[in-house]
Write a protein that binds this ligand. Structure first.
Ligand SMILES: Cc1cc2nc3c(=O)[nH]c(=O)nc-3n(C[C@H](O)[C@H](O)[C@H](O)COP(=O)(O)OP(=O)(O)OC[C@H]3O[C@@H](n4cnc5c(N)ncnc54)[C@H](O)[C@@H]3O)c2cc1C
Length: 419
């Protein structure tokens, strides 16, 4: 599949997967299980084979992250795949069907799988080299773990899922943890205020300090503080009023403020790249509103219309597993090998998060139903099921604990979405 850089080209002989994460791996496996036996190359920016990310903020961060325990088992059908790791795609030409890598080489392809996921968002808080850490990759997690321990002062910018999970894990390692978020409660952006308050109580019970309605304005070097530290974290009320006079000393600062889809390498291809790679329901990427038969996007990076939930881009671990087979079948059909998926997309977004006091699981899109949040079962501060509604119908459900009720509420959600 190698091609000289800049050579005009007949398409290569194989399928190129860009992104060696869960979505890239699952789509490669699905291509094989749907009968594709031709050349298959997977290019990944990280130096590692695909590995499991969720433990990076949970058990693996507690015990010490290692590739050996996190790497996914790979099906024998992908044993002959060419892995090009530690190489990022820099550019693509979808008419000539080539992708250029950061070593200057290029790859020609007949079919392309776009599976480049997301990266951590940065708010540009660091000054004079005082840059907060991030947590997206195994290498990030190894670096963060090396900094944590008893008495370490950790400030986490952002009380989303990753921020809250790291706060709980770090507190378990003996760190003094402060989490700061401009919203009124942890996880309020996804689960709403009331459940967010319950999460706050759980974090506080672990000794985590939670500052809500508060923004981090900057992170500077902390050597001049009354209580000298590696970093000084400058806080201000989220309403934009004057910054607090005394910055918070910190040994470690983690920025956990969401993500940005990795689409830069597709600039200039004519694809619609705002908020992820826009696709049709069959995962075929759209150019000028028209699906390209020979390119699909899958996983965190893909934005697509869901027949029950409208347009969405999902950053959940289960999503690549739920959608890789559709993507593979669409691509193979576009290449003249087999039928495209006939069935509508029915997979529901579904997420879990492990926080002390019970696993949080959610289905559908709770964030769309914050105006009408109802306790369906249990009690707010213990095990519970919470429903998020639009026009009186469920659009999302969150469970704290109550794993045995998962199927019941999943069906209730499906019912409300389909009536
Ligand atoms: C710390 C953490 C905890 C999480 N916890 C949960 C959880 O509890 N529950 C849950 O449902 N989900 C969780 N997630 C989300 C879940 O891990 C993702 O939804 C899943 O990994 C998505 O897989 P993906 O293959 O689409 O993207 P990724 O796993 O991000 O893989 C994309 C790969 O593409 C590579 N890449 C990017 N750009 C290029 C390029 N230009 N060229 C080549 N390669 C490139 C990236 O380096 C990356 O390796 C968590 C994520 C993180 C980071």
């Amino acid at each position: 599949m190698a091609a000289e850089p800049g050579q005009p080209g007949a398409a290569g002989e194989g399928i190129l997967v860009v992104g060696a994460g869960l979505a890239g791996l699952r789509t490669a496996e699905a291509l094989r299980s749907n009968g594709y036996s031709g050349p298959l190359e997977i290019v990944g920016a990280e130096p590692h084979l695909p590995y499991n990310r969720p433990p990076l903020s949970k058990q693996a961060l507690a015990t010490g992250p290692s590739l050996d325990t996190l790497v996914y088992p790979r099906r024998p059908t992908v044993a002959d795949v060419t892995w090009t790791l530690g190489r990022a795609a820099l550019a693509a030409d979808l008419d000539r069907r080539t992708v250029t890598l950061d070593d200057g080489t290029s790859r020609a392809f007949t079919g392309l799988v776009i599976a480049t996921g997301v990266r951590s968002r940065r708010l540009g808080l660091g000054r004079d080299g005082a840059e907060p850490m991030l947590l997206r990759t195994l290498d990030d997690a190894i670096e963060l773990r090396a900094e944590l321990g008893p008495g370490v002062r950790l400030v986490i910018v952002g009380a989303g899922f990753i921020g809250c999970e790291v706060a709980a894990t770090a507190a378990g390692l003996g760190a003094e943890v402060l989490v700061v978020d401009p919203l009124p409660a942890p996880l309020a952006g996804v689960l709403g205020r009331r459940l967010g308050d319950a999460v706050r109580a759980r974090l506080e019970a672990l000794g985590v300090y939670v500052r809500t309605d508060t923004a981090v304005r900057a992170v500077t070097v902390g050597t001049d503080l009354a209580e000298p530290a590696r970093y000084a974290v400058h806080l201000a009320p989220a309403d934009g009023s004057a910054a607090e006079p005394d910055p918070v000393p910190a040994d470690v600062v983690l920025e956990a403020v969401g993500s940005v889809p990795n689409v830069d390498w597709l600039a200039g291809t004519g694809l619609e790249l705002s908020a992820g790679v826009r696709c049709d329901e069959a995962h075929r990427v759209l150019r000028d509103g028209i699906p390209l038969p020979y390119a699909v996007a899958v996983g965190d990076v893909a934005r697509l219309p869901h027949p029950l939930l409208g347009e969405l881009r999902i950053e959940h671990w289960t999503w690549p597993g739920d959608t890789a087979a559709r993507s593979a079948r669409s691509l193979l059909a576009g290449l003249g090998r087999g039928e495209p998926p006939q069935d509508p997309l029915t997979a529901l977004p579904s997420f879990w998060s492990d926080l002390p006091g019970g696993r949080i699981q959610s289905f559908g899109l709770p964030q769309r139903g914050h105006a009408d949040v109802r306790l369906l079962e249990g009690d707010w501060d213990g095990e519970c099921a919470v429903g998020y509604h639009v026009d009186g119908r469920l659009v999302g459900v969150a469970l704290i604990g109550l794993a045995r009720r998962m199927m019941h509420y999943r069906e209730a959600l499906l019912h409300d979405l389909t009536v």
